[in-house]
Design a protein around this ligand. Structure first.
Ligand SMILES: *[C@@H]1O[C@H](CO)[C@@H](O)[C@H](O)[C@H]1NC(C)=O
Ligand SMILES: *[C@@H]1O[C@H](CO)[C@@H](O)[C@H](O)[C@H]1NC(C)=O
Ligand SMILES: *[C@@H]1O[C@H](CO)[C@@H](O)[C@H](O)[C@H]1NC(C)=O
Ligand SMILES: *[C@@H]1O[C@H](CO)[C@@H](O)[C@H](O)[C@H]1NC(C)=O
Length: 461
């Protein structure tokens, strides 16, 4: 292939390309034919005329003419080849600008030859007049082609360059990681969660691998003298029920499993107002959890060892009606999910009248506790594996693969803005995360994962 015919070509000379970004996700290119196609027939007839001229003029007499005509013919052949390659390779690629440039150069060469030819014609008095007329005609034809070039090809070349640039930008946007959430003045000075690093700690509990369901963490509002304590609840019956909470004086005693103190909620397991489901939290020296066999929020006052509760709105799911999960697993009895953050305690649940989509309520610490403000989201609860709150923003995770859990969703209770485009990855140590909670004291995430307790650092903007 001649060097001027690059291997990458497209029919861009005949096409106008429109590119646009649609909501930053898809690149759409629309290819439309130009109204005026490149005048191939004109080229053909000029070539034919040139052929005739070649035959009609004596090479001896008109050597210079001959050479020039040969040059023109070769160039015209080349131009024709270039154009036909472009016609065939309508592959939608965007190398049109390159091809257009080649055609432009080829045309320029042809025109230069034509100009010389014209000069020779004028100088050669012996020139056959009819040949001169034909040459004149060819020159005019080439001028028309030049006009075509100037008014279309070059303009389109420029346009294609611009569109190419747009497309590069568009592709760049596609590849780029999603922009971090917009910062807003809020109660929490650290802003929104943008990444999760770690794990920082990863350990089995004293129970070994006996209990795959459970929860652990730190009390965001600890009682005096209990600041360093960590709590642990394992669902010790049927992966569903628990009747006591275990406390360790420090993180290291928890990790090595020494000196726990158990506080019993009820003597039997399960029974009225004992724990159902793994999504338990401790806040203000009290344990918040789903009440056994009842669509209610239970609170166990640890120091007073007393239980109070408050019902969820009518028809709210309980007893495994709306659990979390993914394609390969359902996290049983996760109808209610409790969370803590800078502002207090929250509960996530759902009901048929919200189509199984997540409902979020704040829990007012009164006596008894009650539900405060409530938000209805569009997040289908079964598509999430966990939720947690940080800084008044609800986050939801989903199962990507055995190694990765993804925080993909957020709902801001201040702005009511929902996002489904978060791509914050959590590196898992075990396949499933049965519970996940945020501690505003150390801005860490505490996960209970197939009997392992794992902690992560939250990275905020
Ligand atoms: C010019 O060429 C034509 C054929 O193209 C021929 O008929 C004519 O005789 C030629 N004239 C001269 C002066 O050679
Ligand atoms: C000039 O060329 C066109 C085709 O390009 C042809 O139709 C026309 O007859 C030609 N004129 C002369 C005088 O040769
Ligand atoms: C999140 O943290 C991980 C681990 O430190 C890092 O590899 C990754 O680049 C971070 N992602 C972003 C978007 O900052
Ligand atoms: C727990 O009980 C103690 C003693 O009755 C009381 O002072 C405290 O306010 C209670 N905590 C909650 C969260 O109700």
């Amino acid at each position: 292939m001649p060097s001027s015919l690059l291997s990458v070509r497209s029919a861009a000379i005949f096409l106008v390309l429109f590119s646009q970004c649609v909501s930053g996700k898809d690149c759409v290119c629309e290819l439309n034919s130009l109204q005026r196609p490149f005048p191939m027939d004109q080229l053909d007839s000029i070539q034919t005329a040139a052929d005739k001229c070649m035959k009609s003029i004596s090479s001896a007499e008109l050597m210079e003419m001959d050479i020039l005509m040969l040059g023109v013919q070769r160039r015209l052949d080349q131009l024709e080849e270039t154009v036909s390659v472009l016609e065939k390779e309508d592959d939608g690629n965007l190398y049109g600008a390159v091809s257009l440039r080649i055609i432009e150069l080829e045309l320029a060469e042809v025109l230069e030859l034509m100009a010389k030819l014209k000069k020779t014609i004028e100088l050669n008095k012996q020139l056959n007049e009819s040949t001169a007329t034909k040459l004149q005609n060819m020159t005019e034809g080439m001028t028309t082609l030049e006009a075509f070039d100037v008014s279309h090809v070059v303009i389109k070349q420029r346009e294609n360059l611009r569109i190419k640039r747009d497309l590069v930008e568009c592709q760049h946007e596609l590849k780029a990681t999603p922009p971090p959430p917009t910062p807003r003045p809020r109660r929490c000075p650290q802003g929104l969660l943008v990444n999760v690093t770690g794990p920082r700690t990863y350990s089995l509990t004293q129970y070994g691998t006996s209990y795959p369901y459970g929860a652990w963490g730190r009390d965001p509002k600890p009682a005096p003298g209990k600041e360093d304590m960590y709590w642990l609840v394992a669902l010790t019956s049927s992966n569903a029920f628990a009747n006591f909470v275990r406390h360790y004086s420090t993180l290291s005693t928890l990790l090595v499993g020494v000196g726990p103190v158990d506080t019993t909620i009820a003597s039997s397991n399960p029974t009225t107002n004992t724990i159902i489901g793994p999504n338990v939290v401790q806040y203000g020296d009290a344990l918040y959890y789903g009440c056994y066999n009842t669509p209610s929020v239970c609170r166990f006052n640890i120091s007073a060892r007393s239980i109070t509760n408050t019902p969820l709105p009518q028809n709210s799911g309980f007893n495994n009606k709306f659990p979390f999960g993914h394609l390969d697993a359902t996290y049983i009895y996760t109808d209610l999910d409790f969370s803590t953050d800078e502002s207090g305690v929250w509960v996530v649940y759902t009901a048929p009248d919200n189509f199984g989509n997540v409902i979020l309520s704040e829990i007012i610490e009164g006596s008894p506790p009650s539900l405060g403000r409530t938000w209805r989201t569009s997040l289908h609860k079964r598509t999430a594996t966990n939720t947690f709150m940080a800084c008044g923003v609800l986050y939801a995770t989903r199962f990507l693969d055995k190694q990765t859990e993804e925080i993909f969703y957020s709902f801001d209770t201040e702005t009511k803005e929902e996002r489904y485009d978060l791509r914050i990855h959590i590196k898992k140590m075990q396949t499933n995360i049965q519970s996940l909670n945020y501690s505003p004291r150390d801005r860490m995430l505490y996960a209970y994962s197939d009997a392992y307790i794992v902690s992560y650092d939250g990275v905020f903007q």
